[in-house]
Ligand binder design. Structure first.
Ligand SMILES: Nc1ncnc2c1ncn2[C@@H]1O[C@H](COP(=O)(O)OP(=O)(O)O)[C@@H](O)[C@H]1O
Ligand SMILES: [Mg+2]
Length: 298
């Protein structure tokens, strides 16, 4: 069967088996899309998005990282990139999504958000939908799209998060992190039909602390909302991570044997065990929810 035909069918039928294109890397028929969210600012969403993306890229996946923190971009800063164009240029029609993509180490491609542009931060629903739909125009969809989302529970956050198949919630052991994560889960489940969340415990001391944090969030969410909160992993508090951020590199690249880098690699490995996402519900605006596309020629 032609690959592009199969890709087009995956929205209607259960996704096909994983493929090996001869390079030893198994690939899914359809791009896996992962939104990294959390509600609260400063909990490590961008850190997780950057390092998870790069760990997946190091693993041989074709990964695109979209900075959806429009107007306050920081993925480019974290990776030492100096974008000349950003999503604003995509929206005013002066460039295509493909032209926006910047090369980061290990083949990772980054779509920068653009910083200090107020009109981007205040983009309406049509603007958000246009950014999401722009991914349908890619000739060569990646294996994985990771979306770094802003803090809060605004339309901006909800649209980008619910457009992904998987929602990774970054939570740390602070009351405000838990309450903000809960607020986000409530909005996404009640208004956008998101039922499953995968929690990453960040800046924890050990696995016990991470599990406790998950139990706290799962307890209130199970009780009051119709959702499933899976435990996806933990990232320890690590000075190497701060050092990497100061050096504008990913810790998985700069200090691959540090505790945080090992945790990100473990998280990247776990992604393959997540199974096929539930098909997007009809009418939902989803990344790669539109046309089929060829996987060849990345
Ligand atoms: N596991 C960690 N260990 C140490 N510092 C961390 C860790 N995760 C995040 N940080 C620090 O927290 C700060 C905020 O992280 P960031 O990813 O920008 O948060 P968010 O995107 O949620 O606002 C970063 O400057 C980073 O240095
Ligand atoms: Mg951030």
């Amino acid at each position: 069967m032609m690959m592009n035909q199969a890709w087009g069918l995956t929205n209607l039928f259960p996704a096909r088996a994983i493929e090996d294109q001869g390079d030893g890397v198994t690939r899914r028929a359809r791009c896996r899309t992962i939104a990294v969210a959390g509600g609260k600012g400063g909990v490590g969403k961008s850190t997780v998005a950057v390092n998870l993306s790069m760990a997946l890229a190091i693993d041989g996946r074709r990964v695109v990282l979209l900075d959806a923190d429009l107007g306050l971009a920081n993925v480019d800063v974290m990776l030492g990139l100096t974008p000349t164009r950003h999503i604003g240029h995509l929206l005013d029609g002066s460039c295509h999504l493909q032209e926006l993509m910047m090369d980061a180490p290990h083949g990772l491609k980054v779509v920068p958000a653009g910083s200090g542009t107020r009109h981007l931060a205040q983009l309406g629903n049509d603007g958000h939908a246009a950014v999401i739909r722009a991914f349908d125009t890619l000739d060569t969809p990646p294996d994985v799209l990771v979306v770094d989302t802003p803090a809060g529970v605004s339309d901006n956050v909800a649209m980008f998060t619910s457009a992904a198949d998987e929602v990774v919630l970054v939570v740390c052991d602070e009351p405000a992190s838990l309450t903000d994560a809960y607020a986000l889960i409530k909005v996404l489940s009640r208004e956008f039909g998101v039922r499953r969340f995968r929690m990453v415990a960040n800046m924890v001391r050990n696995a016990g602390e991470a599990k406790q944090l998950h139990a706290k969030l799962a307890r209130v969410s199970d009780r009051f909302l119709d959702v499933v909160i899976d435990f996806a992993g933990m990232v320890p508090h690590d000075e190497y991570l701060r050092r990497a951020i100061r050096r504008q590199t990913a810790v998985v690249d700069a200090w691959p044997s540090s505790r945080s880098a090992m945790a990100f690699k473990q998280l990247a490995g776990a992604v393959d065990t997540w199974g096929e996402p539930v098909s997007p519900s009809l009418g939902r605006i989803a990344f790669f929810g539109g046309q089929g596309a060829s996987l060849a020629g990345w």
